[in-house]
Design a protein around this ligand. Structure first.
Ligand SMILES: [Zn+2]
Length: 248
C-alpha cells in the first residue's frame, strides 16, 4: 500500500470523498434525510442501474428497451465520441425516461489526468449532448472513477455533480458469462446502491451481449426481491439537467 495505495484510494476508489463529493449510494429525499455519500443506508429497496461507455449499438438500445418494457428507468453515462457515432441514441433514451450523463469525450486515461485536455473533454461532451438532446447534463461520471482536484474544479464550472457507484463485476470488460456478471452485481445490491454496468468499452464499443443478458437477470432477481429502480438524480435528489435559464 503506502503512498500508491493512498493515492489509489483518493483518486480511483468508489468510496473516497476526499477530493470532492462523490456519491456512491443514495437515499431518496422523502426519507427525510439529505442525499449524501451513503454513510447512512436507506431502508427503501431502491437501486439505480447505471450504464457507462455508450452509446454502443445495438447493445445500448437492447438494454434501454428491455428496461422500458418493465417500466424501469436507468442512467447512461455516455462518451462524447460514441455519441458522435450514434447521435440519435441519447434522445431516444431520454424519450423512454432514462437519464443521460457526461462520461468524457475520448475516455482516454492520458487526457483525463491532464487538466487542459480534461477541461476540453468535459466541455465538448456537454456541447454534444446538449445539441443532440436539447438538455445540458448535470451528472458526470469520471472514466475509471478517476478524480483529481482539477476535475472537480472543471465540474463546478459546468454545474456537474460527480457520481460514483459500485462496479457490477470487476472484469465485466472481458465479458464473463451473464450469470457471473449478474451474481456479482446481485451480491452488491442493497437499498440505495448505484450499480455500474458497461454497455460499451472505453470509446471503442464492442460486443456487450453478456451485459445485456446480465441486466435481464439482475432486474428479474431484484424485482423478485421487492426492489424498484430510480435514476441517479432521483435517488440522490439532485437535478439531472440544467434548466434553460441556468444554461443561458
Ligand atoms: Zn467508462
Amino acid at each position: 500500500m503506502g503512498v500508491s495505495g493512498a493515492a489509489y484510494w483518493l483518486m480511483l476508489s468508489s468510496y473516497s470523498q476526499a477530493l470532492g463529493r462523490f456519491p456512491f449510494r443514495g437515499f431518496r429525499p422523502d426519507d427525510g434525510r439529505k442525499a449524501d455519500s451513503g454513510k447512512a443506508a436507506t431502508h427503501q429497496k431502491v437501486i439505480a442501474l447505471t450504464f457507462d461507455d455508450g452509446p454502443n449499438e445495438p447493445f445500448t438500445s437492447q438494454i434501454a428497451d428491455f428496461l422500458h418494457e418493465h417500466g424501469i428507468t436507468a442512467t447512461f453515462f455516455q462518451v462524447g465520441r460514441c455519441v458522435a457515432r450514434f447521435p440519435d441514441v441519447p434522445a431516444a433514451l431520454i424519450e423512454q425516461g432514462h437519464v443521460i450523463g457526461n462520461h468524457s469525450y475520448s475516455h482516454a486515461m492520458g487526457r483525463c489526468v491532464r487538466p487542459a485536455a480534461q477541461r476540453t473533454e468535459t466541455a465538448v461532451t456537454q456541447e454534444i449532448l446538449t445539441r443532440v438532446t436539447g438538455r445540458t447534463p448535470m451528472l458526470y461520471r469520471p472514466p475509471w472513477l478517476l478524480r483529481t482536484p482539477a476535475l472537480f474544479k472543471t465540474l463546478r464550472g459546468h454545474g456537474l455533480q460527480a457520481v460514483s457507484g459500485e462496479f457490477a463485476h470487476a472484469f465485466e470488460v472481458f465479458q464473463p458469462s451473464a450469470r457471473r456478471i449478474a451474481t456479482r452485481a446481485l451480491a452488491k445490491a442493497r437499498p440505495g446502491a448505484i450499480l455500474i454496468f458497461h454497455d460499451g468499452f472505453d470509446s471503442r464499443g464492442g460486443d456487450r451481449a453478456m451485459t445485456v443478458a446480465a441486466t435481464k437477470i439482475v432486474v428479474g432477481a431484484l424485482l423478485d426481491q421487492g426492489y424498484r429502480f430510480a435514476t441517479v438524480d432521483d435517488l440522490l435528489g439532485i437535478p439531472a439537467y440544467r434548466t434553460a435559464v441556468e444554461s443561458s
